[in-house]
Design a protein around this ligand. Structure first.
Ligand code: DP6
Length: 352
C-alpha cells in the first residue's frame, strides 16, 4: 500500500465556498499507543464510533487570498488551533494541491464538554478532513463516494491518528493486520458487518467525568514516550496478537471474553504510561474506585458492565442493550456517579 493513490489532482478551479460537515468521536477497544514517522501506527487498533459526541465544523474558503487560517471554537477565537491547522494544511499540500491558495475561516463546535477528555482531536480532524474533501470535489469535479471517504480517512490520520477511525460507523480498524482484509496503516476501514455478532451492535458508552481539566500528558508526548519504553515492542506485538481473539469474539458474541480483552487493553495502556520515563499515572482515586465497584458488581450480578480508558482519568462505561441495561443504569447513577467531580457523565451509544 502506498500513498500514490492519494496524490492530488493538479487540475483544479478554485472559488470561494463555505462547507459544513460533522464527525463523531470514537473509543478504542484495542488501543493505538506508539507511532512512527508520518503517523504510521506501531500496531493496529479497533474502535467503536460514537453517536452523540461529535464536532460540527463549518469551513469558509476565500479563494485567491493569501493563505491563512482563522479558527473559532464555540464562537471564541482559538489561535493555537489555527497554528496547528496551518501546519497541517502545509503538510498535506501534495494530496490537495489547491489547499494553500486561499484563506480559511473555520468554526467548530463540540457536542460534548471540552474537559471531558473525549477525543475532540478525533472528531475535529475527522470533520476538517470531510470539509476538505467536499471542497476538493467542487474544485476538481471528481466524485467517488468510496474514494472520497477513504481519502478523508487518510487525511484525518495525518492530523490525528485516531481521527482516521471516526470516518466510518460501527467497529473500525486502523493499522495493517492479517486478521482484517484490506486493513492499512494509511487509513481506517470498517470492520465487516457480517463478522460482528448482533450482541455487539447495540452498545452504550457512558463516560464518567472523574476529573475535568487539562490532561497531564498530551497524546503526542504519550506516543513519544513509547520510543524509549523498554516494554514497547512487547506491547506492539501483544496488540497485534489481540486481533486474533478479538476476531473470534466479535463473530461468536462471547461477552465474557470481550470484557476481559477490552479491560486488559485499557489497563495495558495505563501500565505503559506508568513504565515510561518520565512516568505518568493518569488514573485518579475515583478511577480506581469505579473500576473496583464495576468488578464487584459483575461478580455479584453477572451483568455485562465493563470499562475502557483513554489517556486520562475518565472512565468509559460500556454495556450492551440486552434487556439488562436499566439495572446497570440504576447502578451507575446510584453507585458510580458519586466518584465524578461534578456528577458529570456523558451518555452516548455506538453508532452503527
Ligand atoms: C489513547 O490519535 O490522539 O486514544 O496521532 O498524536 O493525534 P495523535 O494521537 P491520538 O492518540 C489516541 C490514543 C488513544 C488510543 C486510541 O484512540 O486508539
Amino acid at each position: 500500500m502506498t500513498t500514490q493513490e492519494f496524490i492530488g489532482n493538479p487540475n483544479f478551479t478554485i472559488q470561494s465556498q463555505t462547507v459544513s460537515e460533522s464527525c463523531p468521536s470514537n473509543i478504542a477497544l484495542i488501543k493505538y499507543w506508539g507511532k512512527y514517522e508520518n503517523q504510521i501506527p506501531a500496531n493496529p487498533s479497533i474502535s467503536y464510533t460514537l453517536n452523540h459526541c461529535k464536532t460540527n465544523t463549518s469551513m469558509e474558503f476565500v479563494a485567491a487570498e493569501p493563505f491563512s487560517v482563522q479558527t473559532f471554537l464555540a464562537g471564541n477565537v482559538e489561535v493555537k488551533f489555527a497554528e496547528k491547522i496551518e501546519k497541517y494544511f502545509k503538510n498535506i499540500e501534495q494530496y490537495l494541491p489547491w489547499i494553500l491558495k486561499g484563506k480559511y475561516i473555520i468554526r467548530t463546535e463540540n457536542t460534548f464538554p471540552h474537559s471531558s477528555g473525549i477525543a475532540s482531536s478525533a472528531s475535529g480532524f475527522g470533520a476538517i478532513a470531510k470539509c476538505l474533501m467536499v471542497l476538493d470535489e467542487m474544485f476538481t469535479g471528481k466524485t467517488s463516494e468510496e474514494g472520497s471517504l477513504r481519502k478523508a480517512s487518510f487525511l484525518a490520520r495525518l492530523g490525528s491518528g485516531s481521527a482516521c477511525r471516526s470516518l466510518y460507523n460501527g467497529l473500525v480498524v486502523w493499522g495493517e493486520t492479517d486478521e482484517v482484509e484490506n486493513s492499512s496503516d494509511l487509513f481506517a476501514v470498517p470492520y465487516p458487518d457480517h463478522e460482528i455478532h448482533d450482541t455487539f451492535k447495540s452498545f452504550n458508552d457512558w463516560v464518567l467525568l472523574i476529573h475535568e481539566g487539562q490532561k497531564s500528558v498530551s497524546s503526542t508526548v504519550g506516543h513519544g514516550l513509547m520510543k524509549t519504553n523498554p516494554y514497547a515492542e512487547r506491547r506492539f506485538q501483544e496488540a497485534r496478537e489481540n486481533f486474533v481473539p478479538m476476531k473470534e469474539i466479535l463473530k461468536s458474541g462471547n461477552m465474557d471474553q470481550f470484557i476481559k480483552l477490552v479491560e486488559h487493553e485499557a489497563l495495558t495502556l495505563h501500565a505503559m504510561m506508568m513504565m515510561s520515563d518520565p512516568a505518568f499515572i493518569l488514573m485518579r482515586t475515583g478511577t480506581l474506585e469505579v473500576i473496583n465497584k464495576i468488578w464487584d458488581f459483575r461478580k455479584e450480578t453477572g451483568l455485562s458492565l465493563f470499562f475502557t480508558l483513554d489517556a486520562g482519568a475518565n472512565v468509559h462505561l460500556l454495556f450492551p442493550n440486552n434487556g439488562t441495561e436499566d439495572k446497570i443504569k440504576t447502578f451507575i447513577e446510584e453507585e458510580l456517579l458519586q466518584h465524578t467531580q461534578k456528577n458529570g457523565v456523558v451518555k452516548d451509544v455506538m453508532r452503527f
